[in-house]
Every structure is written in C-alpha cells, then in structure tokens.
Write a protein that binds this ligand. Structure first.
Ligand code: NCD
Ligand code: ZN
Ligand code: ZN
Ligand code: ZN
Length: 355
C-alpha cells in the first residue's frame, strides 16, 4: 500500500457556523472534521445564520469564539452588505477576503442592487481576494463588471457547463479570475436527488450529467477544490424545505484521490488544487513541519457514522472510494492517526493572511 506524503491541505471555503448556529457545527467539531479529512488550514465563510460576519464587532466575536478551540488553523472571510463598505479598511488586514453573495443561499447576505454590487467591488482593496457566490446569470453579471471595477474576483463553487466555459473564456482574455469547484459537483448529479432527498439539496444545486462532464473536461480551468463544507442537522434536511448545504471536509480528499486512482487527474495536480493554489490565491501563511500521509490504494466505503462533523451525515454515504488519510502532522505534532484525532482543541490557531 503506497503511502505518500503531501503538504497539509487548505480548504478555502467552509462554514463552521460559530458563533450563531453552533447546533450545526462549531469551531471544535468543524476543525476536527477538517483535520480528519487532511486539511490543516481552512477559511471560514461569513454567512453564519444568527451572527453574520458583517461588522468589525461580529468579526471580533468570531475570533473570540475560535480562540483556544481550534485543532487546525482557521482564517476568516468578511461578508459584504450594501451598507458596510466603510468598515473594509479597518478589517481588511485581518481577513482572507471579502465574500459577496449574488444569489439566495443559507443566511441573508444576498446583495440585490447592481449599483451596490459595483460599489462593493470598487471599495474592497484590489489586491485582496473578492469571493463571489454567483450562479449562472449572476456569474455573467460579475464577469461583465470586471473591466469597469478594475479588479479580479474568485468564483466559488462553479457547477455548470456554461459557467466554466465563461471562466475559461475570461481567463483567455486576460481577466484576473480564479475559481473553485466542490467535490459534490464533481461526483454527484441531479440523478442522485431522488435517493438523497433533502440531503442532496445545496446551492448551487446538483446539476445535469453534461455539466459534471464539462467540469471534468475543463479541469485545467479549475484553480482549486473547495469543500463548501456546509453542515445542517438531519432535522433541517428532512423537512419540507431542506436547508441548503452538505458537509464535505471528511470526504473531499478521498473522493479526489479516487479520481487520481482512476486516472482523471494526477497527484501533482491534486496537490496544486488542494494546497498550492489556495495558499497562493488567499495568501495563507506557511505551516512549518506540517504534512499529511495518504494511502493511495486503500479502498473503503464512506459512512455517515464515525464522522467528526457535528451534523453526523454525508451525501456520499455508501460510496466506495480509493485513498485514505493515514496521518496528519501539524507543527511537528501527530494530529491524526488512522481516523483518530489526537490533538486537543486549541492546538492550532487563527491565521492572518500574508500581506
Ligand atoms: C452554504 C451554507 O449553508 O452556508 N450552503 C450551500 O448550499 N452551499 C452557503 C453557500 O455556500 O452558498
Ligand atoms: Zn455559496
Ligand atoms: Zn459555501
Ligand atoms: Zn484499483
């Protein structure tokens, strides 16, 4: 069984729900899930239901809540609203980027007015990442604004054929655009929805087979993999209106290693997409003496049992994968060994981006 050493993975898109919705996840459970999945650093999104990270005070509450409680390093994004641009200069050095929601999803951060959207793009420092939740037509709108606002954007969770084709075209024209794709959009389609029920509901939704095929065909355009780890309780997924989002921290690396096993990408490209590119694009500090070891040939079945995430389920339940995390070493300390998290909350810390 080939054991391969890789750098600690970086997930540029997680929702740890803390503070504000800690019945779904919190810094303790979410960062344990990250470690178990091979991630030694994660970047946390601002749409916390109950306490969105849209003011300096809310950002301070988030930092306070994470203090002494994380097992992998955590960085934060700030949320854009139509009214909070005056706070950007103050918080920009402390966050890894601004998040702008152009579509409805969990939380209430969708910005409606075109003028407000343009003004947010102008107000956020041009050298700092601006992450956009944009689906279908809103992605085209965001692209259309780039020449006027003189800055780049990072597109979150790209899921559709036309989206990845538009991003390819924008890159070929020299626009400063990067993008991420979530494993659920690479390994599931809308055909899985009847079996998954509420557990297959997320934003952007699962797409057609032709969209999934287009993501794989345009893999060279995809800068990075992001889990979009978005836990909700079973109750919240089983009602008439299931909450949007699925957990992904503990399944993303095994799924991507399975794609390596089947020849869909190389291990080098996996490392580029799950470590080097997020580090580069989001200015994530280097973690000394930090690495993971994976068994690239271990075949196992994903199960909702034994997960570290508080939500306790996965949309990939029952799927057979090839590739597993054997060990995680953080700053010289053995943090995970064969599925057992060995460090205590507080063994890692909050990160500030490199300047
Ligand atoms: C995310 C969440 O629940 O916070 N849900 C999702 O379906 N992806 C929000 C988001 O990333 O849009
Ligand atoms: Zn989103
Ligand atoms: Zn998300
Ligand atoms: Zn095999």
């Amino acid at each position: 069984m080939p054991i391969v050493r890789l750098p600690g993975l970086i997930d540029p898109h997680v929702h740890l729900r803390d503070p504000g919705a800690t019945h779904k996840e919190d810094f303790v459970t979410g960062t344990r899930a990250a470690l178990a999945g091979g991630f030694t650093a994660v970047l946390d999104m601002p749409n916390n239901p109950g306490d969105p990270t849209i003011s300096p005070q809310a950002l301070a509450r988030k930092a306070a809540s994470s203090s002494g409680r994380v097992s992998c390093d955590v960085g934060f994004f700030y949320g854009a609203t139509a009214g909070n641009a005056s706070t950007y200069a103050e918080i920009a050095p402390d966050v890894f980027g601004l998040k702008l929601y152009l579509d409805h999803t969990t939380g209430d951060l969708k910005v409606e007015e075109l003028e407000a959207i343009r003004d947010i793009m102008l107000a956020w420092p041009a050298h700092k990442p601006l992450c956009v939740h944009a689906e279908d037509r809103t992605l085209a709108m965001a692209l259309g604004l780039l020449p006027s606002v003189g800055r780049g954007v990072h597109f979150c969770h790209v899921s559709e054929k036309v989206e990845i084709e538009l991003i390819r075209d924008a890159k070929e024209r020299g626009l400063p655009v990067t993008c991420e794709v979530a494993p659920h959009h690479l390994f599931l389609t809308e055909d899985d929805l009847p079996a998954l029920g509420g557990y297959g509901v997320m934003k952007p939704p699962l797409k057609r087979g032709r969209d999934v095929d287009a993501l794989w065909t345009n893999l060279d355009v995809i800068d990075m993999i992001a889990t979009d780890h978005a836990p909700h309780t079973r109750n919240e997924k089983e009602g008439d209106k299931p909450a949007f989002g699925v957990p992904g921290l503990e399944t993303s690396l095994p799924l991507m290693l399975t794609a390596v096993h089947s020849g869909k990408l190389t291990l080098d490209r996996l490392v580029e997409m799950m470590h080097a590119a997020p580090a580069r694009v989001f200015h994530v500090p280097t973690q000394p003496d930090t690495y993971i070891e994976v068994d690239t040939s271990r075949r196992w079945q994903i199960s909702g049992d034994n997960l570290q995430t508080r939500c306790g389920w996965t949309p990939f339940d029952g799927m057979t994968v090839v590739g597993a995390v054997e060990k995680v070493v953080m700053r010289g300390q053995e943090a995970v060994q064969r599925g057992i998290v060995k460090v205590e909350p507080g063994s890692a810390h909050n990160m500030r981006p490199l300047a």
